[in-house]
Design a protein around this ligand. Structure first.
Ligand SMILES: C=CC1=C(C)c2cc3[nH]c(cc4nc(cc5[nH]c(cc1n2)c(C)c5CCC(=O)O)C(CCC(=O)O)=C4C)c(C)c3C=C
Ligand SMILES: [Fe+2]
Ligand SMILES: [Fe+2]
Length: 363
């Protein structure tokens, strides 16, 4: 009687892939004390402020941390929710939704954790969570569509600092950007189309978080990636060049930052007779202080006070299904085709260890 060859008996346990979603992080509470802790950690990162340490320490501790915590706390209070900081609450929803969708797509054992670069839950905490879950593969996905050293590379530093303490490293992949990923571009374009079912504004402003101009001159691709994202989104909407522009918000300190500034652009538009604008911030995967307060409150007030009549802030993609689907597709591309096998054969590894010890390896 003929029969098909038996499938080889597979030893060991299945590989488990950990997905580390990260974002910037947020204070624990909208209070001066919590802001002081958060800003002290954030602003001491040499990827964020590239000044000589001794000089910067004096400015940071002598001036900035004496005044900014109270002022920032008042701003955070205007956007704080019953679930806490919007950035963190949305991050938790994004984590859960991505976990569910990856499971539904049957990509094997996948665990998604959320780690924040500053504050809690930290990147170290999230990585340990994935280690506890038995992950032997790790994909890091910083939720920054456009690469910058201040954000993406800083996230890498934090991952490396934690993994630097581990004996047994997972196989590792790190997504550096997705500013031109077609699924992500379409998700942003679709959110604009959706808003425009009701009414189309005269102008659309793509507002991105700023960066010191000298970072661009030093070779940081962030500025170029922001412009490319905006152009690709405008192309999908078939939006003529006169109807959209790119600008940069959230300036910090006295140096020149990337231009044009969002506030100056909106003011100029209003003064030149533009009555209605929509502002979208495609660099922010989740709404946060910089969108909900700076854009949707401060810049709205500025535009209306300068003669504008209709101002709409189009929300970040947050945990919207189109966003999660785009992220899942991005993740899927990265977690198929690992170089280590699909099963971890602890039994076989232990047998080799026993044999080596018997031969006197530890004498
Ligand atoms: C001091 C320099 C700063 C650089 C450089 C910078 C780059 C940068 N930031 C983001 C994204 C976010 N920044 C957020 C808040 C925030 N950013 C800075 C300073 C710099 N950012 C400060 C001091 C703060 C805190 C608020 C304040 O006191 O003004 C946030 C929001 C966090 C939240 O809790 O809601 C995000 C997100 C990017 C993408 C970026 C470079 C490209
Ligand atoms: Fe076996
Ligand atoms: Fe920032």
């Amino acid at each position: 009687m003929s029969h098909a060859p038996a499938a080889a008996h597979v030893h060991g346990r299945r590989s488990i892939t950990g997905i580390l979603l990260t974002n910037l992080g947020t204070p624990d509470a909208p209070t001066p004390a919590a802001l002081r802790r958060y800003l002290a950690e954030f602003l001491w990162d040499r990827r964020v402020v590239e000044l000589p340490r001794a000089l910067w320490w004096l400015i940071l501790h002598g001036i900035i941390l004496r005044t900014r915590p109270a002022r920032s706390a008042r701003k955070y209070a205007t956007v704080w929710t019953t679930e806490g900081s919007p950035l963190l609450a949305t991050g938790q929803r994004q984590r859960a939704a991505l976990q569910d969708l990856l499971h539904a797509r049957e990509l094997g054992s996948v665990e998604v954790a959320l780690g924040m670069r500053y504050g809690q839950p930290s990147i170290a905490t999230a990585l340990r969570e994935l280690r506890e879950a038995g992950c032997n593969r790790l994909l890091v996905l910083p939720l920054y569509p456009q690469y910058s050293a201040a954000t993406t590379a800083s996230t890498f530093d934090a991952v490396a600092a934690e993994l630097g303490r581990w004996r047994w490293l997972p196989e590792l992949r790190f997504i550096t950007h997705y500013h031109d990923d077609p699924h992500w571009v379409e998700a942003v374009a679709a959110s604009i189309r959706h808003a425009w079912q009701d009414a189309e504004p005269q102008r659309l402003l793509f507002s991105f978080h700023g960066l010191p101009e000298r970072n661009l001159l030093a070779g940081d691709p962030y500025f170029c990636e922001c412009h490319k994202s905006a152009r690709l989104i405008a192309e999908r909407l078939a939006l003529p060049d006169e109807r959209w522009a790119v600008a940069f918000q959230s300036r910090f300190g006295r140096a020149e930052w990337l231009k044009p500034y969002t506030s100056a652009t909106l003011q100029q538009w209003a003064q030149s007779g533009v009555k209605s604008v929509d502002v979208i911030c495609p660099g922010f995967a989740a709404d946060c202080l910089e969108t909900l307060e700076e854009i949707a409150i401060e810049n709205r007030d500025l535009f209306l006070a300068s003669g504008g009549e209709t101002f709409r802030y189009l929300p970040a993609l947050n945990a919207a299904p189109g966003h999660i689907a785009a992220l899942a597709t991005l993740v899927e591309r990265h977690i198929t085709g690992w170089s280590n096998p699909d099963t971890i054969d602890d039994e076989s590894l232990a047998a080799s260890r026993t044999r080596a010890l018997a031969l006197g390896a530890s004498d």
